[in-house]
Ligand binder design. Sequence first.
Ligand code: ADP
Ligand code: ASP
Ligand code: MG
Length: 483
Amino acid sequence: MKKTLRVMKFGGTSVGDAACIGRVAQIVRDASREGPVVTVVSAMSGVTNRLIDAAVRAEAGDSDRVEAAFAVLRKQHETALSALIHNQNERNRLAERLDKIFAEGERLCRGTAMLQELTSRTLDSISSLGERLSAPIVASALAELGAPSEAIDATELIVTDSSHGGADPLMDLTRERSHARLGPLLERGTLPVATGFIGATAEGVLTTLGRGGSDYSATILGAALDADEVIIWTDVDGVLTADPRLVPEARTIPEISYREATELAYFGAKVLHPKTLRAVQQAGIPVWIRNSFAPERCGTKITPKGRSNGGGVKALTAIRDVVLITVGGPGIVGVPDVVGRTFSTTAEVHANVLLISQSSSQNDICFIVPASDAKRTVEALRKEFAQDVAHEKVEHITTDPNIAIVAVVGENMRGALGLAGRTFSSLGRENVNVIAIAQGSSESNISFVVAEKDMKSALGAVHKEFGLAAVVSHDAKVTSVLQ
Ligand code: ADP
Ligand code: ASP
Ligand code: MG
């Protein structure tokens, strides 16, 4: 019988220090007794942020800060290494490998400082260092437990397009390379530990898949290798009914559909990178979210169809760091094609439009973009509508950064009566003012905009209204092949 192949990804907190890495090695070693495992690791927590900060400081010529950042990073990795690896030869070999990676990072920062320019290609190379440091440490920790392993740069496995900072995989090439590189290792019982987050173009130029992209690395490799399941190990019990940092009563959802999980991720549920499920969509590979700090718990199973929880609403999410842009005023009635011109403009500047709302009188068109896209979007709109503003046909193009989008998600919301009514009544009872509303025709998501200060009470009110805290936390029937 064919053995179950699993891809297991461990996030930043799960490899945050020596104790965490020790736990990860045990999880992988135990799982590997039942069948082959490909491990994917993130950078140790905080490392990618620090690297990006160092790159930005280098561009500004602040070499003292760059040096200080690298000193902290070296210390963090050396501490983990000496706590985990007791074999002197292995320790020296690993220290040497890490040293080379640090030296490369420092060289890249010096080059950036000299040119006073940080290209997206260089930023990718600098921010990739965290995964390239953590993978060899995890591989050595496995070796310490007696499990033969090898750290692999995903530049050898995942072939991507050249969109630095948010690259997408070229699956045929990725499949070929992953089989060629990982197949022989798996056959002889060596456990590969691949870097998350990164890939390379067909020409070999390093790329990254976007912040939080190691989840995507795991499903890309899962699909490329025809894995039986992908397990994303993190610091919470699974996909919860809301972000537990904002709604303490949030509960773990036993099973959720690809579509529901994608909607939640798209609207800010950090537990999953929004592109994660794209890679496994076609093959229907199940993806688990599990807690590396409590591996005895089942977690959440993400499947093509999911499973009903009895009610229509499955979970809530919220997204901050977004800006509401409004184009309009009474004068825009009659200005031809304001809607068309507005959204051609957002497309031209590659703004990611998260939500659109327009009243039927056409007085205002409002839409939301991530804060990082807002400045260039508004500048482009002001240019596009300059004539109309001069003639007072368009009265204003305004922005409001102090807002948040809240999304209510559930596939079975489709056709269920009264859900929108209940959502907005519960907000009314908590005195939360709703600024804009959008419901897609899929009806598996109602999104609304509130002031950022009201976001937490909005989430709490809707969570309570739909009794999401009462959802049974686990179901004995849902078990991973691992149990
Ligand atoms: P990792 O480092 O393992 O990739 P992340 O920090 O990226 O982990 O994602 C896990 C975090 O996502 C959790 O600690 C939690 O605070 C947050 N989160 C937001 N929404 C949800 C949700 N609906 N369910 C679970 N976690 C959520
Ligand atoms: N280390 C990368 C980041 O912090 C990727 C990841 O953790 O998923 O964005
Ligand atoms: Mg993450």
